[in-house]
Design a binder for this molecule. Structure first.
Ligand SMILES: *Cc1c(COP(=O)(O)O)cnc(C)c1O
Length: 466
């Protein structure tokens, strides 16, 4: 080895055990059993190197323990489950929809086995993977045909590229959305190779604006559901029915990007109405695009449903191959869609609906258990109380409407001084990180998505409150 940097104390250096010596220690033997010999040797080596650099002496005992701690830390998954107490049910940064049990089981089967993914079991010939869920999608949306891609952003990209590459796409200025991250409608358009033709104004777009823009170079008319914001007041948009008529007179498709989209009328679960995919199809859209992991409550997916001839063209675009989904997701999609055949039971079978429709009295029962535990854990430095709050659907669905909910509010008795931030940091560092939201001078835990109360309390016991 090259000459190491000068140790702070030569005496200490002489006392350092060798890697072999530490590896013979019972604790290191146990670590090698758990994590493998080579990873354990590496961890021991690192622990000794650290001591050498800092000039601190330690014995084999301590190095074996330090190496084990290192290995345990490395073994923790980077993708950790968290308690989502943000009050946003479909939180994009926390993974959106929870998957239904039926879909988890279907995915497990698909993962462990060879499956008839593109294999026609009747004829024994090559089949098509989207075939597996096409009938279900058509049944639930009233569309003629359907195709499936990686997510809704991909669905929009594929649609624009297939029907408007080298041509123009007409969109109202009131619908030029940014979904967050890099999904901005104008950017997607340019990547799809289509020219954006913006018409109307932010708050008002008229039929005459569409009529003035449509012509020989038009590839399609795009209608975008302004899923994550609302323009209110002096507004005007052209109904999809009228746009469909105009599009068909000019022999171009009307595409409706619904964003979240839902397969059932949400008012039956006490929620606000959100346009359903079936409604968009019935209004005359030739193609409708929507997400799998928003209100639909499934895995990340992009659905495109609509006219058979157009879906056929989408499937022939080579981009489709790059955007297709794998067997695991198809298994989840099929199982999730099947649940919609029994809409009366969706609040039991689909976690997204269970959480959205959760009654406040459920949250009160949760509060009754966790408020005393939090009071005891946090001591006199904090005021802990339950109070009404508002949850959101999230992922851009129903941006304005909120759901009445219940929160636990944690406020430091002495305001300022950074205690609130320190507490929310400590909560994020727990074995199962707890993510709430800070509102005014308090940390709020919205209890809507807290179902595993025992798990929450066991986790809380490990908190060292600042
Ligand atoms: C969310 C959304 C998208 C993007 O969908 P992803 O599934 O997140 O890719 C596109 N358009 C609209 C209107 C949306 O709401």
């Amino acid at each position: 080895m090259a000459k190491a940097q000068a140790p702070k104390s030569l005496g200490a250096l002489r006392k350092l055990p060798s890697v072999d010596e530490v590896m013979r220690h019972a604790v290191a033997v146990a670590a090698a059993e758990r994590f493998g010999r080579s990873a354990t040797v590496a961890a021991v080596r690192e622990a000794i190197a650290e001591a050498r650099a800092s000039g601190e002496a330690d014995d084999a005992d301590a190095f074996a323990a330090a190496a084990t701690a290192r290995l345990e830390k490395q073994a923790e998954p980077n993708l950790k489950p968290v308690f989502n107490l943000t009050g946003t049910v479909l939180h994009t940064n926390l993974g959106r929809a929870l998957i239904a049990e039926a879909a988890v089981e279907a995915a497990t089967v698909a993962m462990r086995n060879a499956v008839a993914l593109e294999f026609d079991l009747g004829g024994g010939k090559r089949g098509e993977r989207d075939e597996l869920v096409r009938d279900l999608l058509c049944e639930l949306t009233g569309a003629e045909d359907a195709t499936i891609v990686n997510n809704n952003a991909a669905a929009v990209l594929l649609t624009l590229n297939t029907f408007a590459k080298g041509k123009e796409s007409i969109v109202s200025r009131g619908e030029l959305i940014e979904i967050g991250g890099a999904f901005r409608m104008p950017d997607i358009m340019s990547r799809a190779g289509t020219k954006l033709v913006e018409i109307g104004t932010t708050n008002r777009t008229h039929m005459k604006d569409y009529v003035g823009a449509i012509g020989d170079s038009t590839g399609l008319i795009l209608k975008v559901h302004t899923s994550n914001y609302r323009i209110e007041g002096f507004t005007k948009e052209v109904p999809a029915r009228d746009l469909a008529k105009l599009a068909h007179e000019h022999k171009v498709p009307l595409v409706n990007d619904l964003g979240s989209g839902t397969l059932v009328d949400l008012t039956r679960y006490g929620l606000k109405h959100e346009p359903t995919v079936a409604e968009a199809v019935a209004e005359g859209a030739d193609l409708v695009t929507f997400s799998g992991d928003k209100l639909l409550g499934g895995p990340q997916t992009g659905f495109i449903v609509g006219r058979k001839d157009l879906i056929g063209k989408l499937n022939k675009n080579p981009m489709k191959r790059a955007l297709r989904v794998d067997k695991i997701r198809l298994a989840m999609i099929e199982a999730t869609l099947r649940l919609y055949r029994d809409p009366d039971r969706l609040t039991q079978t689909l976690p997204t609906y269970r959480l959205l429709a959760r009654p406040v009295k459920d949250m009160q029962a949760v509060a009754a258990r966790i408020v005393p535990a939090l009071k005891e854990k946090l001591g006199r430095n904090y005021k802990v109380e339950s109070k009404p709050c508002s949850s959101q659907v999230g992922s851009g669905a129903m941006p304005v409407e909120t759901l009445p909910s219940l929160a636990v509010s944690i406020a430091p008795v002495v305001k300022g001084g950074g205690r609130l931030n320190a507490l929310s940091n400590a909560l994020r560092k727990l074995p199962v990180p707890v993510v709430g939201r800070i509102e005014k001078d308090a940390l709020l835990f919205d209890l809507r998505c807290l179902e595993d109360v025992d798990g929450f309390l066991a986790n809380l016991a490990k908190l060292e409150a600042p």
